[in-house]
Design a protein around this ligand. Structure first.
Ligand SMILES: *Cc1c(COP(=O)(O)O)cnc(C)c1O
Length: 233
């Protein structure tokens, strides 16, 4: 299948899942996870209707930006963000989805202030409490969202999660449900300055379940571009 056929197939599955949860396709943002894809492939995806790209690695982000790969789409940073790479990402992407520490908040604030911009971010939650994964635990969210609300060059827009992969369909659905509850709690707190509107969860294998549980951003790679040679999150 071509990229445009894959996009059409995914879009219709997204629409079906959205309708089943009382929403419409336009309520869900499809972010194409473009790690390991070339600039030409990214351009082809955008030409075929992709409106947002998610990049994992700073080096790939910088390279593809310099090749104007993302023209016509917004760009999200979705990978683990190392402290020493913050300067290369702030102001270069529309949304940093993977913020998971106070130190990172401070560094992003500092760089955004230097640029005179406000950086949109999500907090990443390690909802499965997996030792090898980034993200904060649910009980750390309150302190981080309170802190973010006090940083004038950061706009906290919601939550992101990569729950454990399901070995059988539906197995990880309870994690999506927990995330939705955290998202609703955070929205209801309504700290000044925060603008909680996005819940980013669901990948190729489980995006329908994520949407059913309330996701409004899904990040999809393999189902759009085909399996990666070097499979990694
Ligand atoms: C690669 C990746 C995705 C997409 O995963 P697929 O299984 O290829 O759909 C989503 N989110 C993050 C953070 C990723 O690194």
């Amino acid at each position: 299948m071509s990229i445009s056929e894959n996009i059409a197939a995914i879009q219709s599955e997204i629409a079906a899942a959205a309708h089943a949860s009382g929403r419409t396709a336009s309520d869900i943002l499809l972010v194409s996870a473009t790690k390991t894809q070339t600039a030409d492939t990214v351009r082809a995806a955008i030409a075929a209707g992709i409106t947002a790209c998610g990049e994992n690695r700073v080096q790939e982000l910088v390279e593809k930006k310099s090749q104007n790969a993302y023209e016509g789409a917004s760009v999200h940073f979705i990978g683990h963000l190392q402290r020493n790479k913050v300067r290369q990402v702030v102001g270069q992407v529309d949304l940093i989805e993977s913020v998971d520490s106070e130190v990172l908040l401070d560094l992003i604030e500092k760089q955004a202030a230097a640029l005179g911009i406000r950086q949109d971010i999500l907090l990443e939650v390690n909802i499965g409490r997996e030792p090898n994964k980034s993200g904060v635990f649910p009980e750390e969210l309150e302190a981080l969202s309170c802190k973010a609300s006090k940083l004038p060059h950061i706009r906290l827009c919601g939550l992101m999660a990569i729950p454990p992969i399901a070995s059988v369909p539906g197995e990880n659905r309870h994690f999506f449900r927990q995330m939705y509850q955290l998202f609703v709690d955070m929205r209801e707190k309504s700290y000044d300055n925060n603008d909680i509107q996005y819940l980013s969860m669901g990948m190729s294998g489980d995006f329908a379940d994520a949407i059913a549980e309330g996701a409004n951003i899904v990040r999809i790679g393999a189902a759009l571009f085909g399996p990666r040679m070097n499979r990694q999150i």
